[in-house]
Design a protein around this ligand. Structure first.
Ligand SMILES: C[S@@+](CC[C@H](N)C(=O)[O-])C[C@H]1O[C@@H](n2cnc3c(N)ncnc32)[C@H](O)[C@@H]1O
Length: 256
């Protein structure tokens, strides 16, 4: 019995040290990349003290989450944030993931966000997170800074109405993002001439959606795309569509 237990411990230790080696290798690859140079440019002037990572998947089981973990670690190092201020949650974490994240790295796993993580100083990293999770986050946690899949392309499988009915907070965010991008302060909105605006027979008319019925904390969202996050021979599609979202509070005097 004892022999079996010892064998298991050796196997686990082996697994963890192999994982740590792989993780370091992935960190080194990313550190050399234009993608990370671009990331540094974006976060350079931000004052983050905490990082909250959701929807990572299992880094001990798959390459994509391990690459995403490597990325969040080099961001953490760049911002000189301590590992104890890096918090994860994903229901799929295994005991090996827990060992890797908590025992080896010194980060934490928290189902709920630690209460001292303030929105203004927390960077959220949500690689390929479900839209439902994004909706819950916008509803309850009210984040300001998100590194996640571009909310515009992430939701393009939905009609405006379907998105509004299913994920109202995400839909409202998309609405203020769109307005932001289409109408810049020094530009006049484009008005379709009346003669070209006539409904043709059988033509689909987009229903009018009243976004004021959705209670949200934000007034605008600026998206900065990471152009070098594309598919790569090393990390595959781990960072596809990754973009930095700056969400501005309704109360904020600043306009993005
Ligand atoms: C599409 S997978 C992405 C996994 C990995 N990041 C990737 O890019 O392959 C979505 C992940 O979200 C996780 N997830 C679902 N609900 C969640 C929640 N409430 N909080 C944190 N993670 C959640 C799932 O367990 C799953 O691992």
């Amino acid at each position: 019995m004892n022999e079996m237990k010892d064998e298991q411990v050796i196997k686990d230790d082996d697994e963890i040290s192999q994982l740590m080696n792989k993780l370091k290798k992935f960190q080194a690859i990313l550190e050399e990349s234009d993608f990370f140079k671009e990331t540094k440019e974006i976060i350079r002037n931000e004052k983050f003290t905490y990082i909250r990572c959701l929807a990572l998947g299992s880094p001990s089981s798959m390459k994509t989450p391990l690459f995403q973990l490597a990325y969040v670690i080099i961001i953490l190092n760049e911002l000189e944030i301590e590992f104890k201020n890096l918090s994860f949650y994903d229901p799929v974490f295994t005991s090996v993931d827990e060992d890797l994240l908590v025992t080896q790295l010194g980060a934490t796993i928290d189902k709920e966000i630690p209460t001292h993580f303030e929105a203004n100083s927390t960077l959220y990293f949500l690689p390929h997170a479900p839209i439902e999770l994004m909706n819950t986050l916008l509803d309850s946690i009210r984040p300001h800074y998100l590194l996640c899949n571009d909310v515009v392309s992430h939701t393009d499988g939905y009609t405006k109405l379907k998105l509004f009915e299913k994920y109202p907070k995400v839909s409202a965010l998309l609405n203020v993002t769109n307005q932001d991008q289409k109408v810049k302060p020094d530009e006049e909105p484009f008005v379709v001439p009346k003669s070209r605006n006539k409904k043709k027979k059988g033509q689909f008319i987009e229903p009018v959606i009243d976004y004021t019925t959705v209670d949200v904390y934000f007034k605008s969202c600026r998206i900065i795309r990471l152009n070098h996050a594309n598919k790569d021979q090393n990390w595959g599609t781990a960072f596809s569509d990754l973009s930095y979202h700056i969400i501005t509070d309704k109360e904020s005097p600043i306009d993005t």
